[in-house]
Each structure stands twice: as structure tokens, then as C-alpha cells.
Design a protein around this ligand. Structure first.
Ligand SMILES: Cc1ncc(COP(=O)(O)O)c(C=O)c1O
Length: 433
């Protein structure tokens, strides 16, 4: 049966052309014509999202170059044979929950484990209805978007911020607005100005610890001020703690969720501290918010994989996560120090970079007037890769910035990679003169 096209005001658009082609083909089955499927895609997919993460991930897998691009954990940090032992125990124990569909909020055991961990690490234990297990951090953003965002709703994000978050919120046709970040994290004073211009946001998304892409962390006093603002204006803070456990020193300001559990939903991931292949994270926040996210999850994936949840619980209860995080912090801390040394040695005058105290990234600002998209292609010729800064800004600014990931690069390649990059920058500066 032929479905009629929805009534629309976009006569003659690419959408309608695609539909007409489909109708032609059904009327004359002998005519084989290629349907322009893209013309049938939902309007919301036409938001300017671009190839985004996919192209970064593709580059990150290249092996014939020195890559500072993808924010991948180093496989050297992944759990070893212990995982096989736990898996064997789970499978032979006769407990079928690991292989079965699970509750949408997560299996009771893994939920209790995550709640205990939050109590220990964040001084606050979420109540039963304040916690859900997610299929990774990115899914929490999707569920929040699905739960909160109508077209043109305002979402404030850091400028720059995690590209996946911009993509997730844009996919709901939200109006994503950047608020500047400096060495002390999100410029909380800038939020007032953004609200005055754009109106009250529904969500404010922040990565307060060792941020992606800049590596900076939000100062303690700004955290309290941000929570106060959210209470005053009535918006939800989305606190992404993807790198919180990967600090190189013991300085850990309180989480936003600890300060303001009434206005903050914390989105966490086990991708950087266990392994990304398991696709697991958590969302902890006000009960009505988590409730709505759980409803949204019912027709997203219904539940996070039960097998992964059980592996995480058993591994975590045996102290695996703490042991692994210790190794990861030492590895990434060492690489970050090597990167800082190499940048200081090789970069021409006028280039600035952040000095992360945790996480995966440093953020480089080259001389005004240079364009890092152009530099990236010159760098590829020299077999070195990084991610240009522009996609991390909701407004596409930041043309003279770039992100260097030090998480998955061999120690021995760091100096050489930066040396090549510095030559590319110096060459472009020379051409400019
Ligand atoms: C800030 C931030 N949040 C979330 C994620 C995604 O995490 P997950 O693998 O759990 O979806 C990433 C991954 O790079 C990230 O950098």
C-alpha cells in the first residue's frame, strides 16, 4: 500500500522530490530508479551536525601516522584475564540474569554497586529512584534530549565542549549556545549574559573535570555559583563526569551533583575506567528527571546490556576499577608530562596550550589568522593527526584552536609528533608573512 506523504508546507523541497521518485517507481515497477533516500530523512537530521564524531573515530584508528586525534583510552589499561575468570563464573553460576533482558533502570546488583561507589566517592548515595544505569555517557545525553528538548529550546554548553554533546542536543533541534571556558573552567558569569540574550535555558551541559576538549577543570567556587544560578533560574545542570576519576593528583573539588542534587543530573561513563566496549554509564539526578529518562530509555534500547552490568559489578566489587584507575592515572599523567615538555621544546612563539591535571586532552591555540582545518591537512602530509577546534564550538568559531589527545599515543611518539606539528605551524606562519 502506498503511504501518503504527510501534509507539509515544503512543496517542491528535496523531501518532496524524493517522495515523488518513490511514487514513480511504485506506479511503474519496471522502471528502476534510484530513490534519493536522503530527501526522505526527518527534518531534524538536517541540523548542521556534519560527519562529526565518525570522521574523528575513523582517523583515530589509522596506524600509519602519529595520531593525537581520538579520545580513546589506551588498551594497556583494560582489564586482563580477570575478566575471563569473572565471565566464566557468571556463566557457570546458573544465574541467568546476566544473559536475560534486564530492568530498564539497570539490574539491582549493579545499581547497588554504582550507588555504593557514588556514596564513597561523592559523599552522596542516590535513592532508588535517583539512579539509572545507561548504555554509556552518550546515551544519557540522548535520553535527556528526548526527555526535555523541543525544537528551538535553549541548551547552554561550554565553548568549546564535547562534540558528541553538541550533536546529541542538535539532533533534537535545540538551540545550542556556547558559554566561554577559561583556565578555571566554565565562565559562570558569562551564563547570566547568555540568559539575558537567549532566555532561560532548559539544560546547561558542563564537563567540570579535565574537560573534553580543553583539559581544564572548574574551580570550586564556580561550582557553587553555578548551582546557585540553576536554582535561581530553574534550569537543569547536566554534569558529565567522564574524566573525573582520571585526575593526576588528589585535588578533587566536590561534584556539582553533590553540591546541588536538586538541580543536577550527573552523567557518568565506565568507558574510560573499565572499557568502552562494554557501553555502560550511569545517570544520577532528581527523581522526576531520572524517571523520565527511564521512560525514554524504554524505546531506546530498553535496558543496558545485562552481561556487561554483571561483569562491571563483579569486577568493581573486587576492587578492579580502583586498581585499573590507578594504572590509568599513572600512564596518562606520564604522557601528559611528555606532551607538555615537547610543546615547550618545539612550538613557535605565540602558540599557547592548556596544562591539564587529568584526563586525555590538551588544547592548543595557534596564532590568530591560522586555520587549523588547513593545518590538519598539512599535518596529515607529515603523518601526524589532531582534531581541529572548530567542531567543538556550537557556533563554529575557534578556527585557530586544536585538540591534542595524549591518551593513546606511544610515549616514544609524542616528541616526534609534536616536532612535526610545530614545523607545520611554523611553515604556515612563514607562508602568512
Ligand atoms: C565528555 C564525554 N562524555 C561522554 C563521552 C562518551 O562516553 P561513552 O563512551 O560512555 O558514551 C565521551 C567520550 O569521548 C566524552 O569525552
Amino acid at each position: 500500500m502506498l503511504h501518503s506523504p504527510p501534509r507539509s508546507s515544503n512543496a517542491g523541497t528535496a523531501y518532496e522530490r524524493g517522495w515523488t521518485m518513490a511514487i514513480d517507481q511504485q506506479a511503474n515497477p519496471d522502471t528502476v530508479r534510484a530513490v534519493d533516500w536522503t530527501a526522505l530523512f526527518a527534518a531534524r537530521t538536517r541540523a548542521e551536525i556534519g560527519p562529526g564524531l565518525a570522521s574523528i573515530l575513523a582517523l583515530a584508528n589509522a596506524t600509519d601516522l602519529i595520531s593525537f586525534s581520538g579520545g580513546f583510552p589506551d588498551p594497556a589499561t583494560f582489564p586482563g584475564p580477570i575478566l575471563a575468570e569473572i565471565l566464566a563464573e557468571i556463566v557457570t553460576s546458573g544465574d541467568s540474569t546476566a544473559l536475560q533482558y534486564g530492568p530498564t533502570r539497570g539490574l539491582p546488583g549493579p545499581r547497588a554497586f554504582v550507588a555504593d561507589r557514588l556514596a564513597e566517592r561523592e559523599n552522596r548515595r542516590p535513592a532508588e529512584d535517583e539512579l539509572a544505569i545507561t548504555s554509556g555517557g552518550i546515551e544519557a545525553l540522548e535520553l535527556l534530549g528526548k526527555s526535555f528538548l523541543d525544537p528551538d529550546d535553549v541548551v547552554l554548553v561550554e565553548a568549546p565542549t564535547y562534540l558528541g554533546a553538541i550533536m546529541a542536543f542538535r539532533s533534537f533541534q535545540a538551540n545550542v549556545i556556547g558559554v566561554p571556558v577559561d583556565e578555571a573552567g566554565l565562565d559562570v558569569d558569562g551564563i547570566g549574559a547568555a540568559i539575558a540574550r537567549q532566555g532561560r535555558p532548559k539544560l546547561l551541559y558542563t564537563i567540570p573535570d579535565h574537560q573534553n576538549p580543553t583539559g581544564v577543570s572548574m574551580a570550586s567556587e564556580r561550582r557553587q555559583a553555578l548551582v546557585d544560578l540553576a536554582r535561581r533560574h530553574g534550569f537543569l545542570i547536566v554534569e558529565d563526569v567522564a574524566y573525573r576519576e582520571l585526575g593526576f593528583d588528589d585535588d578533587r573539588p566536590p561534584s556539582l551533583w553533590t553540591i546541588g542534587p536538586d538541580v543536577v543530573v550527573q552523567s557518568g561513563t565506565f568507558s574510560k575506567t573499565f572499557f568502552p566496549g562494554v557501553r555502560l554509564g550511569w545517570a544520577a539526578g532528581p527523581a522526576p528527571v531520572v524517571e523520565q529518562m527511564v521512560l525514554a530509555k524504554q524505546n531506546t534500547d530498553q535496558c543496558a546490556g545485562a552481561l556487561g552490568q554483571r561483569l562491571l559489578e563483579e569486577y568493581g566489587r573486587r576492587g578492579g576499577l580502583e586498581e585499573q584507575a590507578g594504572r590509568a592515572r599513572a600512564l596518562y599523567g606520564r604522557r601528559c608530562a611528555l606532551l607538555m615538555e615537547a610543546l615547550a621544546t618545539h612550538m613557535p612563539a605565540g602558540v599557547r596550550w592548556t596544562h591539564p591535571r587529568g584526563g586525555f586532552f590538551s588544547w592548543v591555540t595557534v596564532t590568530a589568522g591560522l586555520d587549523t582545518v588547513e593545518l590538519a591537512s598539512r599535518a596529515l602530509d607529515r603523518r601526524v593527526a589532531f582534531v581541529p577546534g572548530r567542531p567543538f564550538f556550537a557556533d563554529g568559531s575557534g578556527g585557530n584552536t586544536l585538540r591534542l589527545a595524549f591518551s593513546r599515543i606511544d610515549d616514544g611518539d609524542i616528541d616526534e609528533g609534536v616536532r612535526r606539528l610545530a614545523e607545520v605551524v611554523a611553515g604556515a606562519l612563514g607562508d602568512q608573512r
